[in-house]
Design a protein around this ligand. Structure first.
Ligand code: HMG
Ligand code: MG
Length: 288
């Protein structure tokens, strides 16, 4: 069994809160990010500059980025769908941005109203402009094993989209099991194909826990050399345009699981637990 240094990329304040049915005040979002900033996390995705008509929950993203208490140890990241989103992210002080593509046509249309090819064409300019502005760009690939609209995904398609995102200047590719349908076998098969296009060092696993297998899928990915995993504190979230997608795997569960196997994350679990409690209060599981 390999023992590894693993980075957790926190996505709760974005992937989690974008899907919350209740209207969460900006000050609560800021409070959550501020607690997370003290946990040892190196990157926190806390903003999304998309159309507020599509995702109203992320409308206050600029205020969140500008209102949080910056830790010099943390890079604050933002999701962007186009050049307009990039400009807004830069204006609000994002340290890193992310574009989001799909390995399945059905989800691409539902999520960003564009085909895979159209989205990649658009991202070429966005990534170039971001890199020119000195920002690293992460590329997401959704539906890496299964799509709610198209069914099973061809792993060769995941490899192809990954290769194109890297070629246009993305520095890291986050592989999204958007619907949580993945199993250790299908995740391993998908990674085996993707590793033909990209070294393990630039890959991240972004696994939703809908099927309850996210931890097993992380284990399988660690065996394949992946060392970055996205997680959502308190298990917040889902994706509004992927029917049935529940939250990302919970950060506190991933950290406990990895530590129990001897892996290192550099995270302070007591602080993560405090943030998880805050996240659960924001979801309305408890009275505040
Ligand atoms: P569209 O309707 O095709 O394009 O949307 P549009 O250019 O006509 O824009 C529609 C409206 O949005 C216009 O406003 C634009 O001005 C405005 P109107 O003229 O109707 O008043 N608009 C913007 N407003 C603010 N910021 C912007 C922006 N761009 C346009 N940057 C578009 C295309 C991509 C904009 C839209 O489909 C969209 O915003 N989609 C985002 C969907 C989304 O955020 N989904 C969740 C994130 S992805 C995810 O969660 C998966 C992930 O976690 C990985 C995984 O789990 O698989 C990353
Ligand atoms: Mg997601």
């Amino acid at each position: 069994n390999t023992v590894a240094q693993i980075e957790i990329f926190e996505v709760g304040p974005r992937d989690g809160l974008q899907n919350e049915p209740r209207d969460i005040p900006v000050r609560d979002k800021i409070a959550l990010v501020d607690v997370l900033s003290k946990s040892g996390l190196r990157r926190i995705e806390c903003a999304s500059f998309v159309s507020p008509k599509w995702v109203p929950q992320m409308a206050g993203s600029g205020e969140v980025l500008m209102g949080l208490t910056r830790s010099p140890k943390v890079r604050y990241c933002a999701l962007i769908p186009n050049l307009r989103g990039l400009e807004a992210a830069i204006a609000a002080g994002a340290d890193e941005v992310a574009v989001f593509a799909s390995a399945s046509e059905g989800f691409s249309q539902a999520n960003i109203n564009a085909s895979i090819a159209q989205s990649l064409d658009r991202y070429r300019d966005v990534v170039a402009a971001a890199n020119q502005a000195g920002l690293r760009v992460r590329g997401y690939v959704s539906c890496v094993v299964h799509c709610a609209f198209d069914g099973p995904t061809d792993p060769a398609q995941v490899a192809a989209v990954t290769g194109q995102l890297l070629a246009m200047g993305c520095c890291e590719i986050s592989l999204g099991d958007t619907t949580g349908a993945g199993t250790p076998d299908t995740i391993t098969d998908m990674l085996a194909h993707t590793l033909n296009e990209a070294p393990a060092e630039v890959l991240a696993g972004h696994y939703h826990d809908t099927g309850g297998r996210a931890l097993s899928n992380i284990d399988a990915s660690v065996e394949m050399g992946v060392r970055v995993f996205d997680a959502s504190v308190g298990g917040l979230g889902g994706c509004p345009y992927a029917p049935g997608a529940s939250g990302n795997v919970a950060t506190e569960a991933v950290v406990r699981h990895l530590h129990a196997q001897g892996h290192e994350t550099g995270l302070d679990l007591a602080v993560i637990d405090k943030a998880a409690e805050l996240a659960r209060m924001m979801q309305g599981d408890f009275d505040v």
